[in-house]
Design a protein around this ligand. Sequence first.
Ligand SMILES: *Cc1c(COP(=O)(O)O)cnc(C)c1O
Ligand code: SF4
Length: 334
Amino acid sequence: MNLISPPKADWQRLLSTAVCQLDQLLNELHLTPEQLPASVAAARDFPLRVPRPYLAKIRPGDPQDPLLLQVLPQQQELNLTPGFTTDPLHEAEHNPLPGLIHKYQGRVLLILSGACAINCRYCFRRHFPYSDNQLSSSQRTAILDYLRRDPSIHEVILSGGDPLAVPDQRLFSLLDELEAIEHLTRIRIHSRLPVVIPQRITPALCQRLANSRLHSVLVLHINHPHELDSPLVNALQPLRQAGVTLLNQAVLLKGINDRVECLATLSEQLFAASILPYYLFVLDQVQGAAHFQLSREQAQGLFRQLQARLPGYLVPRLAQEIPGRPNKTLLSGQ
Ligand SMILES: *Cc1c(COP(=O)(O)O)cnc(C)c1O
Ligand code: SF4
């Protein structure tokens, strides 16, 4: 019997060697502390975390790089802004069971993992009580019972954190159990992990999804054309061949992707990689992220320009999640 634990996959090694120190980040990007006003205090509140494949997409020597600004802890995060809270989506109220959010008809969101590969400064989950949302085996049993008992549920959305942060075997055993629930027809994975570590798209994952009786959808989270580089595009092709529908959601972020040229290029490049733009979210009002916010009018203005420029199928839905509503609220405006 082999008692040595299996070797870590490439992506797991990349996960554990992410850059988490500010001085290391500066060094790697050839920036000085004067050029880059990083905040140690903000990093204490919500740690810096950048895996190497994502770091490689950041242009060295540019303190305004749009990818860098998504991960850089900054002083302004510590400002308290009225209206910005720690649980803007009131998700705590819709947890029928730990790890499960059932807010929308026909679909549930299953928090498979509290972990993320990267820490995005604008994230609405930056204050989420993940320690209460780790999926233990008893919780998993309870969730599966809940799903079995409610035939109105057709789609399970794996979310997090990042659901692809869990090893393939755990994912596959969950899939086995979901496939056994007859009224389920779709599985959806919401993940940013392939964007920051393309190696996460393993041949085993592609094969398992190809063999599933459930239709599978992968919703990626790509905010800027620079994130969609050739290692990512190449890594996604086998998923497409496996019949997985690829969609993208982005967050509209001031100073990062708030120009119509940038958003139009993103849509065009997504399409070239066989990914359809799905949602463009306005920022959730989470404490520490106010400096990324555009006004509602600015967001709608950008959306109208985008609409005037692109075929309809390349225009993402401009949306917001408003607590208490039975669906995402479209701000597309007339
Ligand atoms: C966003 C979200 C969904 C999925 O919404 P779609 O409009 O189907 O993409 C489902 N449940 C929760 C709790 C959500 O926040
Ligand atoms: S949940 Fe998504 S947006 Fe939030 S930190 Fe994790 S990867 Fe980034």
